[in-house]
Design a protein around this ligand. Structure first.
Ligand code: NAG
Ligand code: NAG
Ligand code: NAG
Ligand code: NAG
Length: 408
């Protein structure tokens, strides 16, 4: 190190005697940078400085009401910017809670869009007013793709993007939005906004969505993509969602019928999952309904009756499940849930645990989000208790009273 510094000093001195001072200075600062950088990698890399940096970049939140308690934590791995791509609403209405994780790919705007609008669309559906939460959330998933098209959709996505995008979005909003403002936020107006982007077919980036609604003893899980919802019942992990991977028979069949193909486990050789919100380039077959396209936002709906054996619920993106199995995560939470003061602290422990091996292998650098929801006992019975089940609407659903056995 000493010799290198001496050499550099000599170089600096000699550079001042030369004609092209500025160029030399630039060259020297560049080599200084490289030296510092590789030196840091050599020393601190082994010391694990990377592990402590992300610890400061978590976004955590806690909340509770008389029925539920939740904690969440979200982390962008090495990224400096923290993106909010989850929803946690204890009171979607006064007896319904809503939780969702959205894991973006190709960009984060679709995940942010879902975090902002999915729950609002659930509330807006006729099915919700009629008390059919499964049909309501099913409809809301498809609404996301519809809303992100056209002038208004384009503008909303701009608003969720970086500063330059936000600026152009605002300008076009001033020029083209019907009332020159967002004051009227009724979703039915969206389709009527005209402007230079009226033909916008929607974003070519996308997001997974895994959502849970809880109303008294009824739990509704809606999932599209490879984020996952897992419940702990008497300490046993049960998966309440199914990862949508291209290799699954039903997925492969839909992809091929829609004219797509699977290469190296990826849809058209690019996407490593078979359902997502957004990614509109895969949803352009005019002869097919949205649920039959190469990629679809069609969620699996799983309706579960909660019982007093249920401990907690976890929603998390694939970054977590890549490092822990369902049962490992449930065990880990049981180990820490009574010693940590906040549920978000339990989530942070999980994120740290999943991040730790990453400096070696390069895995786990993913952005990770996890929501932990604990049920307060006894779980409030449904108002119409007596086994009255909702009639299956037009939605495809699997009613599960004994939740499916944990797969992975
Ligand atoms: C929900 O809130 C409304 C008004 O705030 C109230 O009239 C109604 O009784 C509440 N419903 C429940 C189930 O608490
Ligand atoms: C997660 O990180 C990747 C890059 O590491 C980024 O492309 C993606 O948009 C991020 N997702 C979210 C939801 O922020
Ligand atoms: C996917 O592949 C099919 C078959 O080659 C092609 O027709 C389609 O345009 C592709 N779609 C995308 C978005 O790459
Ligand atoms: C796709 O994702 C799965 C797990 O989510 C992973 O095991 C697999 O390696 C991925 N495939 C590719 C080609 O990256």
């Amino acid at each position: 190190m000493v010799t290198v510094c001496c050499l550099l000093m000599a170089a600096i001195v000699s550079s001042f005697t030369s004609e092209n001072k500025l160029l030399n200075l630039l060259l020297i600062s560049k080599s200084l940078f490289h030296l510092t950088y590789s030196h840091m990698l050599g020393t601190f890399g082994r010391m694990g400085v990377y592990l402590s940096t992300p610890k400061t970049e978590k976004l955590s939140e806690d909340g509770e009401n008389d029925k539920l308690k939740f904690g969440l934590s979200s982390m962008q791995g090495w990224r400096a910017t923290m993106e909010d791509a989850h929803s946690a609403l204890l009171d979607l209405d006064n007896d319904t809670a809503f939780f969702g994780v959205f894991d973006g790919h190709g960009g984060k705007v679709v995940a942010k869009f879902c975090a902002k609008y999915l729950h609002r669309e659930v509330l807006n559906t006729e099915a919700y007013a009629a008390g059919d939460l499964g049909a309501a959330v099913h409809r809301a998933f498809f609404r996301m793709d519809e809303m992100m098209q056209g002038q208004r959709g384009w503008r909303e996505l701009q608003a969720l993007g970086d500063k330059i995008n936000q600026f152009t979005g605002i300008i076009e909003g001033l020029i083209w939005s019907p009332k020159g403002s967002d004051s009227n936020d009724r979703h039915n107006d969206w389709a009527f906004e005209e402007g230079p982007h009226s033909d916008f077919t929607g974003p070519n980036c996308g997001s997974t969505a895994c959502v849970a609604l809880i109303r008294n003893r009824q739990l509704i899980v809606a999932n599209a993509g490879d984020s996952r919802c897992v419940i702990s019942r008497n300490g046993q992990a049960y998966s309440l969602s199914r990862d949508h991977k291209p290799e699954l028979d039903a997925e492969r069949e839909r992809i091929q019928n829609a004219g797509g193909y699977i290469q190296m486990g990826r849809v058209n050789g690019t996407l490593n999952l078979s359902r997502a919100i957004g990614d509109m380039e895969f949803k352009q077959n005019k002869f097919l309904t949205p649920d039959k396209q190469i990629l679809t936002s069609n969620p699996d709906i799983n309706i579960v009756e909660l019982c007093d054996d249920d401990d907690f619920l976890v929603l998390a993106c694939d970054g977590i499940w890549d490092c822990m199995s369902n049962q490992q995560l449930v065990d880990f939470i049981h180990e820490h849930i009574n010693t940590e003061e906040r549920l978000s602290a339990v989530c942070e422990r999980v994120l740290d645990r999943c991040l730790a091996p990453s400096t070696m292998g390069g895995e786990g650098c993913d952005n990770m989000t996890m929501i932990l929801v604990q049920f307060k006992k006894p779980i409030t019975p449904n108002k119409d208790e007596g086994g009255a089940e909702q009639s299956a609407g037009d939605t495809e659903r699997s009613e599960t009273h004994a939740a499916e056995e944990n797969g992975s």
